[in-house]
Design a protein around this ligand. Structure first.
Ligand code: ATP
Length: 489
């Protein structure tokens, strides 16, 4: 951008001097030559130093990847094009040039690409989409050419018959053309990739397969997904419970586990975790065991690790006694309401600061659910509102500590609107104006606040006692909380 302004300014000055009758031709020629020399030198430098592609001999097998059964199966089927290319050729089948892996971050897309290279005995080159993006015209396109050149050289050097080029963050390199600010350079780079892929032929030289990963497939230029380019798309989703158990098993294989560790139970608690999160849980649990100088990793270490990965590191914040009382009442409100509307759902309630939270209640996910009924959403909203309402009923006013809860409640109301669960019925939510949306949202929240308040008023004494215990203990497990609630009921 700046460069364009400078060029424009330069041209303007020269035009002005020319009009004024000065002979600016020799200076103009000199400037032009200097500019080209500068661009050439810089782009060479960028090519030399910035090309961060990594070449690895991969040792990952499909067995090292937990869960993802469908993704693995689809991928293996596609890879058979490369493994049995002679058979494919005999039948006149067009070679497969690209596979796109799409899914949330940390779900194992890079692992799958590495396993694909091992499975097909291919050379493996890995590069990130962001590495192609430079402000210097032509550098990205040259990098793409260099990438394919290197892949061919590598196959020869390693005496293999095929190579897999893995491009991570494909949405940066392959965003819809014209959508970037300095779109000329982006578009040139993407065009070059498409040219290279169109040029891939199996009957000349080695087979090259491009695998790309993205978590925003909708941002990709449709030309990328055209048949003959990335014509296989494999979805790599967050693991289900079975997948989470398998991933935990893989990452605890080299770790000594105590008898009380139950991987199924950990998988149950970690709904929504990616493979990367789960790997982090096993690692953090081992670090907690090391801190305790324990020889084995226990269930308690895993419990701490899940909390750390889910909510962040414990902090040394020291709220005042008055603040602590308020936090305890707020969290007791959430916990008590959760147990009222969904018994056995609380896993932990705590007034220790972690991440951004001054206290927290952790819930057991209701197994792996992909659909929510209106009643479930309403219960969740009530639990979210209960903290502030408990403060109001027990202390006479609310505090800023509920901002996150309101955000959560509003997101849930939005879900209800989208699912046609509001008085507006089934409607295109994106067409609603703020004036249409606001009263409906307000009514839903007011009605749920009212219901929540009734429960809190009924159980106010229990809530205050619970908050006193919480101030003494700092943290209560779900089971301890339930025992207490049963005893006072
Ligand atoms: P991103 O989109 O952020 O690049 P990704 O989907 O490519 O992420 P990976 O880099 O493959 O994710 O995974 C990161 C780490 O998480 C892996 O090195 C591994 O330790 C762990 N992991 C992720 N998924 C799995 C899985 N299915 N099985 C075992 N480990 C996994």
């Amino acid at each position: 951008m700046k460069r364009d302004i400078l060029i424009g300014l330069g041209v303007g000055i020269f035009a002005f001097l020319l009009v004024m009758g000065y002979n600016v031709l020799p200076i103009a020629m000199l400037c032009l030559a200097a500019y080209f020399l500068w661009t050439f030198v810089i782009s060479r430098q960028v090519l030399k130093t910035g090309n961060g592609e990594t070449i690895t001999s991969t040792t990952v097998n499909f067995e090292d990847i937990g869960g993802q059964a469908i993704a693995k199966k689809e991928l293996q089927e596609a890879l058979d094009f490369l493994r049995y290319s002679d058979r494919m050729k005999a039948l006149g089948i067009r070679p497969l040039k690209g596979i796109l892996l799409s899914g949330p971050t940390g779900t194992g897309k890079t692992l799958l690409a590495k396993a694909a290279a091992k499975y097909t005995d291919s050379s493996f080159l890995s590069v990130s989409g962001s590495e192609f993006v430079e402000m210097y015209a032509g550098v990205g396109a040259e990098r793409v050419r260099s990438l394919f050149r290197r892949a061919r050289e590598m196959v020869k050097r390693e005496k293999k018959s095929s190579a897999i080029i893995f491009i991570d963050e494909m949405d940066i390199l392959g965003a819809k053309r014209g959508s970037n600010v300095s779109h000329h350079e982006y578009d040139q780079t993407l065009n070059q990739l498409l040219i290279e892929m169109d040029g891939l032929k199996t009957d000349q030289g080695p087979n090259i397969l491009v695998m790309a990963a993205t978590n925003r497939p909708e941002a990709l230029d449709p030309a990328i997904l055209r048949p003959g380019r990335f014509d296989r798309q494999v979805k790599v989703d967050l693991p289900d419970k079975e997948g989470r158990v398998a991933i935990l098993e893989i990452h605890t294989k080299n770790k000594p586990l105590a008898f009380d560790v139950d991987l199924e139970a950990i998988a149950h608690e970690t709904f929504g975790f990616s493979g990367a999160h789960l790997e982090s849980v096993t690692n953090e649990a081992a670090i907690f065991a090391l801190r305790d100088q324990a020889k084995e990793i226990t269930a308690r270490h895993f419990h701490e690790a899940v909390e750390k990965v889910m909510l962040g590191e414990k902090l040394d914040r020291k709220p005042t006694a008055e603040e602590l009382r308020r936090i305890a009442i707020h969290e007791s409100g959430h916990a008590m309401l959760a147990e009222s509307v969904r018994p056995n759902s609380v896993s932990q309630v705590s007034i220790r600061s972690r991440g951004n939270a001054l206290g927290y209640v952790r819930h057991y996910p209701k197994d792996d659910l992909y659909l929510y009924t209106q009643a479930m959403l309403e219960e969740q909203i009530m639990v979210a509102l209960a903290g502030a309402l408990a403060e109001e009923e027990c202390l006479g006013n609310r505090s800023t500590g509920a901002a996150g809860d309101y955000e959560q409640a509003l997101n849930l109301v939005e879900k209800m609107l989208q699912a046609g669960m509001s008085p507006l019925g089934v409607t295109d939510v994106s067409l609603l104006s703020a004036e249409q949306r606001q009263p409906v949202t307000k009514d839903i929240l007011a009605e749920l606040e009212n219901r929540t308040k009734q429960i809190i008023l009924q159980k106010k004494d229990i809530l205050i006692q619970l908050s006193d215990i919480l101030q003494e203990e700092e943290s209560l497990s779900g089971d301890t909380l339930r025992t207490y609630l049963q005893n006072v009921a």
